[in-house]
Design a binder for this molecule. Sequence first.
Ligand SMILES: *Cc1c(COP(=O)(O)O)cnc(C)c1O
Length: 377
Amino acid sequence: MNKYWSETIKGIAPYVPGEQPRVGRLVKLNTNENPYPPSPEVLNAMRAAVTDELRLYPDPNCSLLRETASRYYGIPAEQIFAGNGSDEILAFCFKAFFDSGDTILFPDITYNFYEVYARLFGVSYRTVPLTESFDVPVEGFYTCNDGVILANPNAPTGKVISLKNLEALVKHNRQAVVIIDEAYIDFGGESAIGLIPKYDNLLVIRTFSKSRSLAGLRIGLALGHRGLIEALIRVRDCINCFTVDWIAQAGAIASLEDTETFTRNIQKVIATRDRITALLRQAGFRVVDSSTNFLLISHLKVKADALNEALRRQNIFVRLFPKPRIDNYLRVTIGTDEEMDILYQALLELVRETRETQVTLSNIEPSAKPKDGSRDM
Ligand SMILES: *Cc1c(COP(=O)(O)O)cnc(C)c1O
């Protein structure tokens, strides 16, 4: 704290990203990165972009990238915005579509950045509780509001909303912008992009960080009605016209063109996810149905923070969210099969040890009865 800080900054709790530890051998399953490398075509395109041209500012409109995305998604290029990661685009959305005094809606359990941006930009919000089984109750979003923001599939639950329910939600909210953050949609669920021609209040956000193995490049897209895209351009051009550098534009174009590597890596992640889900359930873990590249898991007897600490000591990093309703869960990114086997063996040992030695009571939930709705987790 410092006397020169603004009141907003004094009062805000910024987003806390997962750790990026720099120790030798570790199993890093804490930030939903893709375990497989980006396509060699992407790396070659980026190397080819390292030329004298870098003395020039990049194309602020990312025209070639947007044209490539237009062919890929079947949406006109004027209806696509490219940004420096989808987090940046989400931040722009708050300035583009909401005013202070507005009240927006998002689920009680979702991506933490929505709350951080609302506070930063002075936008009020109401949270809609997920059901016991962590599903999004779409009718909860039919109430009066000035905007809706949803991750689909949701994070950190991994659960998906059906396209039918999503369309109903968009239809019920024609007075406001509905933002659908599809960071994980390539791993499961149906995209809302197909609804864009029908609804001028729908904005779909995509990232290259998860399914395209490019978290380090920082590329995100927004797709929606021209009017919405123009608002994002206005905000960007009031802050920084050149958010996406030449090298990132070249890499992102190549990524959209190489569907083979992309599809293969996604299939590998999904196969690993389904295999580990079954194993963990057999071992007594509650595993929320996931349509993403991560799992939300909890054990009936051993507390999540005890597991987290023990895994850490073995250099296995997963994520724990100290938030109501999910503080006894671990969010585990799907890594390679080898990494997941290491995690699985470690977890198996930890829950077995607990059973044998009946460890200290502090490691054990007072009542180990499954909560309602645990059937479909
Ligand atoms: C990872 C993630 C993002 C951030 O993506 P970037 O493009 O890397 O900024 C956005 N939304 C959700 C729900 C995410 O999990």
